[in-house]
Write a protein that binds this ligand. Structure first.
Ligand code: FAD
Ligand code: SF4
Length: 515
């Protein structure tokens, strides 16, 4: 072969120019790697989803007569290491040119470059042709403007792409409808059931068992619910646009219980993140499809629903990637709040009396999924209030979620959720007491703890931990204008009230494993 073309597990982009013409002189290489199953403890569904999607992708290429070398995890010739395997293939074809699409993870990028440098191997790099902004062009935008806010970036993207634009003005006269998108979901609201697939991945599951891969969470391997092919990913996209988009924005921050809504774990969310992150769907395809549905809906889909969705993808998703590539590798070591506590056991077994944490962790173990506000304002909020070490929080998020790849997980967790980057990503820490959780969810009604009690027996831990967080980080946050009101409320409390709250929080922190 003249070319060896590596396809990483999250590079399943069938529209890539590599596949647009015959490539008889190219060998396409895909590998299931122990280094990837083991770099963190993953959810079983996550490993299965990646391997199943990779196998389907390889099969589709073979059907189109591309030459594919697919190394299964249990293949005798598979060393488990990306670069060792590549080296073995290059030894077989010493005159071939190695071609690689730019990895999205720093870890892999670094591994490939170090290996190539040490072995005098030239890599020809290609764009993955997935993102709307190139990896390096984003770094340049951030170099020019260190304080670039997501909102500014998002408006720039809307203008550049001409999405939801009326000339140079935003459609509807507003860039952002967030104010309309913070509704609690009524108990009696009928929410559509999520579209679940019934893929049989039991052969891969058996292989993982046989290879002793250490994983967490549960799975129904004969009825695997995640999309594992482009066809299914597109079905999920259309299902979302037809059934869920009409209420997406309104309830994007809402949280519910399975006893009230059987689809509480997904509500009106798209669940497209896995398909997007392994590139079975392109972000532009996703947003233009949603906009087409909105246009064709004759006002049945309101502007705030579609704008909220478009913002997540062309705004947040691309912006997060920019942060990652601009600030790596140092970003990964950030711990500006000096948090050192260990993650309590209930993040792994959901055995806690805090109903909100219990529900969010349990659904994560069941489905390898939680929607954004559950990740941010329940598990993330609790970890931040309790002062958990960001390394441990990161490892948990990176392992448990179906869509977790470091370029998107790390800035969301360490930055947005844990404020460990000192405010690069979030202008204030995302912390709240039970008040917010009760406003947006139905968790508190069923809880052992009482949302309105701050000290004493049954006091909701979020309440005193909230004040403890503000008090212990006062030096850092007292001049943050977005937190001024909270500090003035804190200072209006009597000395006695303050000390009772702090004592209560200390008691909970000392007994964090028992909450
Ligand atoms: P929807 O609510 O339907 O949103 C549509 C799409 O918008 C998503 O599929 C996703 O591609 C994009 N999106 C929305 N918010 C974000 C965001 N903040 N950053 C990047 N893309 C976004 N997302 C991941 O893809 N991988 C992760 O590992 C990940 N880790 C997170 C960790 C924490 C602590 C937090 C707070 C958020 C994290 N997110 C992550 C962002 C977000 O929670 C998920 O993208 C979303 O929940 C996926 O579900 P969905 O596809 O149903 O999203
Ligand atoms: Fe969570 Fe507190 Fe509400 Fe219980 S009372 S569900 S612990 S916020």
């Amino acid at each position: 072969f003249r070319y060896i073309r590596l396809i990483l597990g999250d590079q399943l982009n069938a529209s890539h120019s590599w596949y647009q013409q015959d490539a008889e002189d190219s060998l396409y290489v895909m590998m299931e790697l122990a280094q990837e199953t083991d770099y963190v403890k993953h959810h079983r569904q996550k490993v299965l989803a990646f391997f199943a999607a990779m196998r389907n992708f390889a099969r589709a290429l073979q059907q189109k007569s591309f030459n594919v070398r697919y190394l299964r995890l249990d293949d005798k010739s598979n060393s488990g290491s990306l670069t060792q395997n590549l080296q073995a293939i290059l030894n077989q074809y010493p005159n071939a040119q190695l071609q690689i699409q730019l990895p999205d993870e720093y870890r892999l990028d670094h591994q490939l470059r170090s290996w190539a440098g040490a072995n005098d191997i030239t890599i020809e790099w290609f764009d993955s042709e997935h993102f709307i902004t190139r990896r390096d062009s984003l770094a340049k935008i951030f170099d020019d403007d260190q304080s670039l806010l997501m909102e500014t970036f998002y408006r720039h993207m809307r203008r550049r792409l001409g999405l939801l634009m009326d000339g140079d003005k935003p459609v509807g006269g507003q860039w952002n409808f967030d104010g309309e998108n913070r509704k609690k979901i009524p108990k009696k609201q009928s929410v559509p059931e999520p579209l679940l697939f019934a893929n049989d991945v039991s052969d891969i599951d058996a292989m993982l068992e046989q290879q002793n891969v250490s994983m967490m969470g549960t799975v129904s391997a004969r009825q695997f619910l995640w999309p594992t092919s482009r066809k299914q990913a597109r079905q999920l996209l259309h299902y979302f646009c037809e059934h869920l988009l009409p209420h997406f924005g309104t309830y994007q921050d809402a949280m519910s219980l399975s006893s009230l809504h059987s689809s509480s774990w997904t509500l009106y969310h798209s669940r497209l993140s896995f398909a997007l992150n392994c590139k079975m769907l392109s972000p532009l395809e996703v947003v233009t499809t949603a906009i087409d549905y909105w246009k064709a809906s004759d006002d049945a889909i309101a502007l705030n629903q579609v704008e909220g969705f478009v913002r997540q993808i062309i705004g947040w998703r691309e912006y997060i990637r920019g942060i990652y590539w601009h600030f790596m590798p140092h970003y990964k070591n950030n711990n500006q709040l000096q948090h050192q506590r260990s993650l309590p056991h209930y993040f792994w077994d959901a055995d806690t009396q805090m109903n909100c944490v219990k529900n969010c962790v349990q659904q994560s173990l069941d489905y390898a999924y939680a929607h954004h506000i559950q990740r941010l304002m329940i598990t993330g909020n609790f970890a931040l209030l309790a002062g958990i070490a960001p390394d441990q929080v990161d490892a948990w998020y990176l392992g448990i979620y179906i869509d977790a790849i470091e370029w998107v997980e790390l800035p969301n967790t360490r930055g947005m959720s844990q404020y460990a980057d000192g405010g690069v990503l979030a202008t204030k820490p995302y912390v709240s007491s039970a008040n917010y959780i009760d406003k947006m969810s139905h968790y508190c009604g069923d809880c052992y703890y009482s949302k309105s009690i701050k000290t004493g027996d049954k006091a909701c831990p979020f309440n005193s931990l909230y004040w403890h967080f503000l008090s212990r980080h006062e030096q850092r946050f007292k001049s943050n204008h977005r937190m001024g009101m909270m500090y003035s409320l804190w200072h209006k409390k009597s000395q006695q009230e303050q000390s009772e709250l702090l004592q209560q929080a200390e008691h909970y922190l000392d007994n964090i494993e028992q909450l």
